[in-house]
Design a protein around this ligand. Structure first.
Ligand code: SAM
Length: 278
């Protein structure tokens, strides 16, 4: 698929260390208009993870397919390419900046598996204003669903406004420590993603997994070392969090640090009460 880079005016600093990777300038809404004057040619290819794409060419970037064409969520650039031959259709993608998103950094950082995919039901704890939630919404698409929990009123207001245009997001203004309060809103999910940056995050994930995560379902946790223990070495904090998870039937399968995108952060991915394989 060939097309062009929109004139995004996001805050993205460029990423991946690669030349021209997602270099947004200044602040404000992205204004990508696709092919036309001033737009470098790009080719969009599927990433090895379903629901994620990569643009090749002068500006290389990771992308998700925009569920709301014509709109950016946090000032990110957009890319348009021609749709199927013979149609006048355009397909629009949004640049996913790993400096703004732990999940984005996880993918760019080369994680081995990504349980969030088209059609997934995801419980997202610590949504903030929805930067990453919006990309998860693109990834899971119209058949999927993102239950987005956030307890800050200020952030939840932005999240709710964004969700008005994205029917696959259910914004939930609640404390993730009290899953009983939102049990009527959330179904069983395939994946829990947690980025609450709290010292008791392992417990928060366990409480939510017991209530909403399918057996054999997946969890992805972003651990910010100094939020758990600012006196210990990050590696020691990550190891002790992994032990806490194991005690609650959350079996880690993979761990990676998010350097250079997020300092002293690690991601742990694993399965809940996985079936025993022979
Ligand atoms: N995941 C977001 C993203 O990528 O755009 C950033 C999340 S930020 C690091 C952490 C968020 O978790 C904050 O917005 C904070 O208000 C929220 N949070 C912290 N503790 C929470 C809790 N117990 N329940 C719900 N939200 C919580």
């Amino acid at each position: 698929m060939k097309g062009g880079f929109g004139k995004g005016k996001g805050k993205g600093k460029g990423f991946g260390g690669g030349k021209g990777f997602g270099k947004g300038k200044g602040k404000g809404k992205g204004k990508g208009k696709g092919k036309g004057k001033g737009f470098a040619k790009v080719v969009v290819e599927p990433h090895r993870f379903a629901g994620v794409f990569v643009s090749r060419g002068k500006d290389e970037a990771m992308l998700t397919k925009n569920m709301v064409p014509g709109e950016s969520v946090y000032g990110e650039k957009r890319v348009q390419v021609d749709g199927p031959e013979g149609s006048n259709e355009k397909i629009e993608y949004r640049v996913w900046n790993p400096f703004r998103s732990k999940l984005g950094a996880t993918i760019v950082g080369g994680v081995g598996q990504m349980p969030i995919q088209p059609g997934s039901k995801v419980l997202y704890l610590g949504s903030a204003s929805g930067t990453t939630v919006s990309h998860v919404s693109d990834m899971v698409g119209p058949e999927g669903c993102v239950y987005a929990v956030e307890f800050s009123h200020r952030s939840a207001r932005d999240l709710t406004n964004m969700a008005k245009k994205r029917p696959n997001i259910v914004p939930i203004l609640e404390d993730a420590r009290q899953p009983l309060k939102y049990r009527m809103l959330v179904g069983m999910v395939d994946v829990i993603f947690s980025d609450v940056a709290q010292p008791d995050q392992a417990r928060i994930v366990a409480l939510n997994a017991q209530m909403f995560l399918k057996v054999n379902g997946w969890f992805i946790i972003s651990i910010k070392a100094n939020c758990v223990d600012s006196t210990a070495a990050p590696e020691a904090v990550f190891a002790s969090e992994v032990e806490k998870l194991k005690k609650d039937n959350l079996r880690p399968k993979e761990q990676l640090t998010l350097e250079p995108y997020h300092r002293d952060h690690a991601i742990v991915i694993g399965q809940y009460r996985p079936f025993k394989t022979a």
